[in-house]
Design a protein around this ligand. Structure first.
Ligand code: BG6
Length: 486
C-alpha cells in the first residue's frame, strides 16, 4: 500500500554526496518518487564541500545510483531534475555557500523544510547554529540526525542541547534505520494485533530472548570511524537496544507518536545496570583475526594508521541484559553483534520454556524467530510427530511466514519508510531525546569498564561466530545461541 503524496518539501541533505546518501538516501527517495510519494515540486538539495554544480551532482548520481534502482527512463530523468547541489563550508570562514542556500529557499517558506544531517555528530550543533544564523529555520522545518548520536551520555546530551537550542523536540528526528525495517514494524503488529501471544509474553512462559545482528563484512576503509566506535557504540546502543525495547515494551494505549515511545523509554529505564566487576561476567568483546583471504581487523585497508585504539576496539560483542520489571524478572536478554561472522543475519529469537511435564522423549521447547534479514519472515518452531508407525518420534518443525512469498509487493528499504515518515512529519519510528540518553546511561558503565581494563578484546578468527567467551556467556546457564545452517 503506498502512502499518500507528502507536502511539497525542500529536503536539504548535509553530507549529500557521501556514502550514506549515495547508497541509501537517494535510492530510497527515487523509489518514493517512482511510487508517487514525492510532491511534484519537491526538491532535493545536497550540501557538501565538494564544489559541484547541479549538473556535476546529477552526473554523479546518474553514474553511481542509477544501476541500483529500477530502470525507468522517464521517472529517472524527473528524479534527476529534482536534484541540486550547493557547496557550503560548515564551521569555516567562508559563508558564501549559505547565501546560495538562502537564495535557493527564499520564497518557499510555506514548504516543509527538512535538513538531513548525514554527517559526523560533532557537526550537528555547528550546522544547526549556522542554519539559524542564515535565517533558514522556519516553523515548518525539521532536522534529521543520523546515528551515532554522540559517543557517550555527556556528548549525546551536549548534541541534544545544541540542536535543542534551535529546534523544538517535535522538529527533531533521530534516525535508527533498524526501526524502518519491515519485520521490526511487524513485531508490533504481531504482538498487539494478535490475541494469542500477549498472555504468554512474559517470564512465566519465556526462558530467554536472543537478539543477533551478524554481518559477514569487515570494516575495510572504515578504521577512522570504527576505531573510535566499536560494536557497542555502532550497533548495540542503538539498533539492538531498539529491538530489545520493542520486544519488552508494555502494550501502548495507542499507535501514536508518543505512546509507543513512552513505553520504549520505560524499558530502557528498567535495564539493570551492568557495573564494575559484573562487566566481565555479563559482557564479552572480541576482535577478528585474519583467516584465509580475510585480513584481521588490524590489517584491513585503512586510510588511518593502526593505533592502540585499533588494538582495543571490539568488532564483536555479546551481552547478557536484564529488564527489571514485573513482566521480565529473571528472563535474560542476550544481545550479540559482530563483523566478519559466517553469515549475515539479524534476528530476534524468543525461546519459550519447556513443557511442564513431558510424556514424549526428545521434545525441545518452542521458539519464535523473527528474521529481519536476509529474508524477512517469522517462524514459530513447534513440536510435531514424525510420520511413522513405530515409536512416537518428535521433531521441531517451523510454522513459517516468509514476507517475500506471502506478500507480492516489494518490501521497501528501511530508509524509504523513514524518509516517507520524515516528509509526512510522523516521528513515531524515530528516537526521542530521553530514549537516546537512557540507552547511553546503560551503555556508559560498560564502556568505562572496558576502557579501564588492561585486557584486549578476545580474538576470533574471521568467518566464525565470535570468541569462546560468547558461547560461555550462555553455556554457563545451559543455553546456546540459536545457530542454523546459513
Ligand atoms: C550501521 C552501522 O548503523 O548499521 C554499520 O554503522 C552496520 O556498521 C550497519 O554495518 C548494519 O545495517 P544493516 O541494515 O545492514 O543490518
Amino acid at each position: 500500500m503506498s502512502s499518500p503524496t507528502s507536502h511539497t518539501a525542500d529536503l536539504v541533505v548535509f553530507g549529500g554526496t557521501g556514502d550514506l546518501s549515495m547508497r541509501k538516501l537517494l535510492p530510497a527517495l527515487f523509489h518514493s518518487d517512482l511510487e508517487g510519494r514525492l510532491a511534484p515540486e519537491t526538491r532535493i538539495v545536497a550540501m557538501s564541500r565538494g564544489g559541484l554544480t547541479d549538473a556535476d551532482f546529477r552526473g554523479k548520481v546518474d553514474a553511481e545510483v542509477r544501476a541500483a534502482v529500477p530502470d525507468d527512463g522517464v521517472a529517472w530523468q524527473r528524479f534527476l531534475g529534482r536534484l541540486h547541489h550547493v557547496s557550503v563550508d560548515v564551521g569555516g570562514e567562508d559563508k558564501s555557500g549559505w547565501s546560495t542556500v538562502v537564495r535557493m529557499l527564499a520564497g518557499h517558506e510555506d514548504r516543509d523544510r527538512v535538513f538531513y544531517l548525514a554527517s559526523p555528530p560533532m557537526t550537528f550543533g555547528p550546522f544547526c547554529r549556522e542554519l539559524q544564523e542564515a535565517g533558514l529555520v522556519t516553523p515548518r522545518s525539521r532536522v534529521v540526525l543520523e546515528k551515532p548520536l554522540g559517543r557517550d551520555l555527556v556528548s549525546a546530551q551536549r548534541i541534544n542541547d545544541e540542536v535543542g537550542e534551535i529546534f523544538d523536540e517535535r522538529q527533531i528526528f533521530r534516525i535508527d534505520h533498524y526501526l524502518g525495517k519491515e519485520t521490526v514494524q511487524n513485531l508490533l503488529v504481531l504482538r498487539f494485533a494478535n490475541a494469542f501471544l500477549e498472555p504468554i509474553w512474559n517470564s512465566l512462559w519465556i526462558d530467554h530472548v536472543q537478539i543477533t545482528a551478524a554481518e559477514t563484512v569487515g570494516t575495510p576503509g572504515r578504521r577512522g570511524y570504527y576505531d573510535h566506535a566499536g560494536a557497542l557504540r555502532d550497533m548495540v546502543q542503538n539498533h539492538l537496544l531498539q529491538l530489545l525495547t520493542l520486544v519488552a515494551m508494555e502494550p501502548p494505549a495507542r499507535n501514536d507518536r508518543e505512546s509507543i515511545r513512552d513505553e520504549k523509554v520505560k524499558v530502557l529505564q528498567s535495564l539493570r545496570p551492568i557495573v564494575g566487576s559484573e562487566v566481565d561476567r555479563f559482557t564479552v568483546r572480541g576482535q577478528y583475526t585474519g583467516e584465509g583471504d580475510m585480513p584481521s581487523y588490524l590489517d584491513e585497508p585503512a586510510s588511518t594508521p593502526t593505533t592502540e585504539a585499533s588494538r582495543r576496539v571490539e568488532t564483536f560483542t555479546a551481552i547478557r541484559a536484564e529488564v527489571k520489571n514485573w513482566r521480565w524478572a529473571g528472563v535474560p536478554f542476550y544481545l550479540r553483534t559482530g563483523k566478519r561472522m559466517p553469515y549475515r543475519r539479524s534476528e530476534i529469537v524468543i525461546q519459550f520454556k519447556d513443557v511442564p511435564h513431558s510424556i514424549f522423549p526428545g521434545g525441545t521447547p518452542n521458539r519464535l524467530v523473527l528474521r529481519l534479514q536476509p529474508e524477512e519472515g517469522i517462524e514459530l518452531h513447534i513440536m510435531a510427530k514424525e510420520p511413522g508407525a513405530g515409536e512416537t518420534m518428535l521433531k521441531p518443525v517451523p510454522l513459517s511466514l516468509s514476507f517475500g512469498k506471502t506478500f507480492t509487493a516489494r518490501v521497501p528499504e528501511a530508509y524509504e519508510r523513514l524518509l516517507t515518515d520524515v516528509l509526512a512529519g510522523n516521528p513515531t519510528l524515530f528516537m526521542r531525546r530521553d530514549e537516546v540518553e537512557a540507552a547511553w546511561r546503560w551503555i556508559d558503565p560498560i564502556l568505562a569498564a572496558w576502557e579501564s581494563s588492561a585486557e584486549l578484546p578476545e580474538p576470533y578468527p574471521a568467518g566464525t561466530t565470535g570468541p569462546a567467551g560468547a558461547h560461555e556467556l550462555l553455556g554457563r546457564s545451559g543455553r546456546a545461541w540459536h545457530e542454523e545452517e546459513a
